[in-house]
Design a protein around this ligand. Structure first.
Ligand code: DGJ
Length: 823
C-alpha cells in the first residue's frame, strides 16, 4: 500500500501506535497516510470486503480524509469527508465477480497534514478454494482506446503521469519529463507547458501527480475516462478528461481544473489537450485564409522549434486560421494510406494550437489562446477548457473524414440525418435594395423552379437609422416600416401561401454607432476607454458578458424567431475584436473577456436551440469566420465563404470536407466568376444546395438548368447528404476536382467531376462501391447539346468500375459532369 507519508503499517497506525479510531482500539488492520493507494487482484473470486475506517487518533483529533473503494474502475463506495476524532465507520461491500479492487485515501482536497488513516479490521472473504488476493503495482497504465487507436499513459515511480509518444512502436522504459502527460511549468519542465498557474501565495510552480482514474460507460456510444492529478504542495486538482467514441475512432479531450487555495489562483495557460508524438515523418496540414478566401491548406514537416496556429481576435475568430488541422505520421498525408490524427478544437474564440518540437518529441498543445487571457479561478470553481476533438485513421484522409462525418451526423451538428431543403437567398441578388413587393416577387419564380425555402438577408430592419446599407441600423431589430409597413408576418404568410418556408438573417451580437441602440446604451459595446472607437464594417461588438446585453440579445432573437412562419435563420457575425475592453468586467478581470464572451455566446445559442427546436440555423461569420464543432452543435449548417465563384468554391468545399460533412457546408448558385449555369449549379449541388439569384433576371435557358438542378438535387440529396464521401481527385494537384458520395447500403453513388483546367479525357475511378453489385451509369442534369457519356445506360460491376473507371464528358475548364451509379 502506497502511503503519502511514511510507510503503511501492518496492525499499527502510520505513527507506529496501536490502531485507534475515535477512542476505539483495533488489533488488526492497516495504518496509512493520505494520499494512499493499494491495488489488489481478486480474479473474480472474492465475496465481500469488510472494514472500519477513520482517522487514527495519533493525529491528535486533526486530519481530514476521504476513503474511496473502487472495483474494476467503478467507485463502489466513498466515505465523504471524515475528520479526526470521528468514530470508525463500518463498511461491508459485495465483491462478486470483481477482478481488481483499489483502496484509496485522499486528503479531500485540503492538503494531507495529519491525515493518518486506518483500514481497521480489513478483510476480504474469498470463495472456498480461491487463491489469495495479490497486491498489484500501485499505479499502472491508463489506456484511452477506440476500435483502431489508443493513447497509453503510465504512472512513473515519481507518480507523475507520462504518455507514450503516438507513432512510437517500441516505447522505451525510461520515462523523461519530455513525455509528461500534462506538463505544468515552474518545477523542472522546461518546454512549452500545458498548465501555468500562479498560486495564491505567488508561487509560479506547479507539480502534478497521479491520483486516480475512473472510466464510465455512457449510453452505449461512448466512454468517459477521467484521470485525476493533484499538486502535492497545493490543493489543486487537474482532471484530464477523454470521451471516446470507439466506433468512430474519435476522442473528445478536455481538462478540468479546480483548487481549494484561500484566494483565486491565476491560470495563465490551460491546454485542452497536450499529446506527444514521435517526430519521425510527422507532417502538419493546416488551413489559413481571410475574408472571402477561407481554408487554404498548407502541409509542412514539423521542424525543431514551435509552430503556432492561432487567433487573437476573440470573435469571428477563425477569419485567418481555422482551429482544425491534420497530423500525418507517415509524411505528406494521402487520401487512402497512412496514419493520420486529425484535430479540431471546439472553440469559437481566440485559440492556440502549438506544436513544440524539442528535438526529441513533438508536443501538440491545443486550447484557449493564453494571449492576454489570464483567468482568476475562484476557490471551488471548476474551470473546464474547450474540448479538442481527435480522429484517427490508419488509412489516410478519406477514412478520417468519413469517421468525422459519421460522428458529426450523430453528435456534431443538428438533425444530421435529415436532408436539407432547397434554399433561395436574396443577398447576392438584391443586396440591401429591396422592399415587400420586390421580395414577394421572388417567391413565385422560386416556387416554380422548385425551391422550398426562402431566406431574407440583411437590410429588413431599422427605422430612425434604416438598414439600407452597412452603415446604420444594426441593433434596431424592428422591421423597417417603409419596406415592410405591416412587419414581417405578411411576408412569411405570402411565402407560406406559395408553399415556401421562410428564413431570416440576423446579427444579434453587433451594433452600428448609427443606431437607436447605441444612442441608448453607448456603454454596451466592447471598447477601450480613452481610445477612439475602432470600427469594422462600421460596427461594434456588444459586450455579451453584461447580463443586460445577454437579455437584450435573447429578446432580439426571440422577437425575430417568434414571427409566425419563420422556420430558418442565418446568424451572422461580421467583425472581430480589436479593442478588448469590457464595461462589465472589473479592472482586474478584463482578461476574462476572451473566455466569458464565448461562454455567454454558447449559452445564448443553446437557449435559442432549446426555445426553437424546429428552426433551422445557419452559422455565418462574414463567411467562414466561425466554423468549429462547439458552435456547430447548435446549428444545422455554416456559410463557408462570401466567395461563391464555383471554381474557387469547389476547392474550398473539398478542404472543408476534411472535417465537416458537406451537408453542413452551404453552397449557393450565384453569378460570381461568370461561369456557366450548369457548372455553377453542379458545384453547389455537391454540398448543402441553395441559390442566390434574381430569378426574374435569369435567361430562359439558365432557368431551365436551375429547375433541372433542383429536381436532380431532390433526387440525390439522401445520398450526397447522408452517404459516405470519397475524395477522388484533389483539385490542388490535378486539373479536375472529383468526388463521390456512396449511400450507406452501397446501392447508389453520385459522382461529381469539376474541370478546373482544360485537360485530356481520362477515366475517374470511383471508390466505396460494393465490388459485387452492378451499377447502371446515368448522367444527371446533362448539359444540353453535349454528347452522352460513352457508358450511359450501361451496367457494370462495382469492382470493374473501381478498377477501370468512368469516362466523363467534360474536359474544358469550368465544365462539370454529375453521374449517378444506381441499380
Ligand atoms: C456577410 C455574409 O457572409 C453574407 O452572406 C451576407 O449575409 C452579409 N453578411 C449581410 O450583411
Amino acid at each position: 500500500m502506497a502511503s503519502g507519508w511514511g510507510t503503511a503499517q501492518r496492525n499499527l497506525s502510520i505513527s507506529g501506535t496501536p490502531l485507534t479510531i475515535g477512542g476505539q482500539k483495533f488489533a488488526r488492520g492497516v495504518g496509512t497516510h493520505a494520499n494512499s493507494r493499494m491495488r489488489l487482484a481478486l480474479y473474480g473470486k472474492a465475496k465481500r470486503f469488510l472494514t472500519k475506517v477513520g482517522v487514527d487518533d495519533s493525529a491528535g483529533g486533526k486530519g481530514s480524509v476521504e476513503f474511496i473503494i473502487t472495483a474494476d474502475t467503478k467507485v463502489l463506495w466513498r466515505s465523504g469527508l471524515i475528520t479526526g476524532g470521528t468514530p470508525a465507520i463500518p463498511v461491508t461491500l459485495k465483491l462478486d465477480g470483481v477482478r481488481e479492487l483499489i483502496l484509496e485515501v485522499t486528503d479531500h482536497g485540503d492538503g494531507s497534514g495529519y491525515d493518518h488513516a486506518d483500514w481497521a479490521d480489513a478483510a476480504i472473504e474469498m470463495i472456498d478454494s480461491a487463491a489469495k488476493p495479490v497486491a498489484l503495482p500501485t499505479y499502472d497504465t491508463v489506456v484511452i482506446k477506440t476500435d483502431h487507436f489508443s493513447v497509453q499513459f503510465r504512472v512513473g515511480d515519481d507518480r507523475r503521469l507520462y504518455q507514450q509518444s503516438i507513432g512510437l512502436e517500441n516505447a522505451d522504459d525510461t520515462l523523461t519529463r519530455t513525455e509528461e502527460a500534462y506538463p505544468p511549468s515552474g518545477n523542472g519542465y522546461i518546454w512549452e507547458p500545458a498548465l501555468q498557474v500562479i498560486h495564491t501565495d505567488g508561487n509560479t510552480s506547479t507539480d502534478l501527480l497521479f491520483n486516480r482514474v475512473t472510466q464510465t460507460n455512457e449510453a452505449g456510444h461512448s466512454e468517459l475516462t477521467k484521470i485525476q492529478l493533484h499538486d502535492p504542495a497545493y490543493p489543486l486538482e487537474v482532471v484530464l478528461c477523454f470521451r471516446t467514441y470507439p466506433a468512430f475512432d474519435l476522442i473528445e479531450q478536455w481538462t478540468e481544473i479546480r483548487h481549494r487555495e484561500s484566494n483565486p489562483i491565476q491560470l495563465i495557460r490551460m491546454a485542452s489537450s497536450s499529446l506527444v508524438f514521435n517526430p519521425t515523418n510527422l507532417n502538419l496540414m493546416h488551413f489559413f485564409g481571410d475574408w472571402a478566401a477561407e481554408m487554404n491548406p498548407v502541409t509542412e514537416p514539423l521542424t525543431p522549434g514551435i509552430k503556432i496556429l492561432d487567433s487573437k481576435i476573440g470573435v469571428r475568430a477563425h477569419q485567418y486560421s481555422n482551429p482544425s488541422f491534420i497530423l500525418s505520421l507517415d509524411g505528406r498525408p494521402a487520401e487512402n494510406a497512412g496514419r493520420i490524427l486529425a484535430g479540431s478544437l471546439a472553440w469559437s474564440g481566440s485559440f492556440q494550437c502549438a506544436f513544440d518540437y524539442n528535438g526529441g518529441q513533438v508536443r501538440a498543445l491545443t486550447g484557449l489562446n493564453p494571449f492576454a487571457s489570464i483567468y482568476h479561478l475562484a476557490k471551488g470553481e471548476i474551470f473546464t477548457t474547450p474540448a479538442m476533438i481527435w480522429v484517427w485513421s490508419g488509412h489516410g484522409l478519406g477514412e478520417m473524414s468519413r469517421k468525422f462525418h459519421s460522428w458529426a451526423r450523430d453528435f456534431g451538428f443538428r438533425d444530421g440525418h435529415q436532408p436539407r431543403e432547397v434554399l433561395l437567398n436574396n443577398w447576392e441578388a438584391t443586396g440591401f435594395d429591396f422592399d415587400f413587393n420586390r421580395i414577394v416577387a421572388l417567391f413565385d419564380p422560386a416556387k416554380e423552379i422548385g425551391a422550398e425555402l426562402f431566406l431574407l438577408d440583411d437590410g429588413w430592419f431599422g427605422n430612425k437609422f434604416p438598414r439600407i446599407d452597412d452603415r446604420a441600423g444594426l441593433g434596431d431589430w424592428a422591421p423597417n416600416r417603409l419596406r415592410f409597413p405591416n412587419g414581417l408576418a405578411p411576408l412569411t404568410a405570402a411565402a407560406e401561401k406559395r408553399g415556401l418556408h421562410f428564413g431570416i438573417w440576423m446579427e444579434p451580437e453587433m451594433v452600428n454607432p448609427k443606431s437607436e441602440l447605441f444612442e441608448r446604451h453607448p456603454n454596451w459595446v466592447i471598447a477601450q476607454p480613452k481610445r477612439e472607437l475602432d470600427l469594422q464594417r462600421n460596427q461594434l461588438v456588444l459586450d455579451l458578458t453584461r447580463p443586460d446585453v445577454q437579455k437584450f440579445e435573447q429578446k432580439v432573437i426571440w422577437g425575430i424567431l417568434n414571427v409566425p412562419g419563420i422556420t430558418y435563420a442565418k446568424w451572422d457575425c461580421n467583425r472581430f475584436l480589436t479593442q478588448p475592453g469590457s464595461s462589465w468586467l472589473s479592472a482586474d478581470r478584463q482578461s476574462h473577456l476572451w473566455i466569458e464572451y464565448v461562454r455567454a455566446l454558447y449559452k445564448l445559442m443553446a437557449q435559442t436551440m432549446e426555445a426553437f427546436p424546429k428552426t433551422e440555423l445557419m452559422l455565418c461569420s462574414g463567411g467562414g469566420g466561425r466554423v468549429d464543432y462547439a458552435a456547430l452543435k447548435y446549428f444545422h449548417e455554416f456559410w463557408p465563404s462570401d466567395t461563391t465563384d464555383p471554381m474557387i468554391r469547389a476547392t474550398m468545399q473539398w478542404d472543408y470536407s476534411y472535417f465537416f460533412p458537406l451537408m453542413t457546408v452551404a453552397s449557393h448558385v450565384t453569378h460570381s466568376g461568370n461561369r456557366s449555369m450548369h457548372f455553377t449549379c453542379s458545384v453547389a449541388m455537391s454540398a448543402r444546395f441553395g441559390m442566390d439569384l434574381d430569378l426574374a433576371k435569369l435567361s430562359a435557358a439558365d432557368k431551365v438548368v436551375c429547375a433541372r438542378t433542383i429536381a436532380t438535387y431532390k433526387h440525390i440529396r439522401s445520398v450526397t447528404q447522408l452517404g459516405d464521401l470519397y475524395r477522388l481527385e484533389n483539385p490542388h494537384a490535378n486539373p479536375r476536382c472529383c468526388m463521390s458520395f456512396v449511400s450507406k447500403d452501397q446501392a447508389r453513388s453520385i459522382l461529381f467531376v469539376f474541370q478546373m483546367r482544360d485537360a485530356e479525357l481520362k477515366p475517374v475511378r470511383p471508390e466505396g462501391l460494393d465490388p459485387k453489385k452492378s451499377y447502371v451509369i446515368r448522367e444527371l442534369n446533362p448539359l444540353t447539346g453535349r454528347h452522352l457519356l460513352s457508358q450511359e445506360g450501361k451496367s457494370f460491376r462495382g469492382d470493374e468500375l473501381m478498377q477501370n473507371g468512368i469516362i466523363p464528358n467534360c474536359l474544358k475548364a469550368a465544365e462539370a459532369c454529375v453521374i449517378e451509379l444506381g441499380q
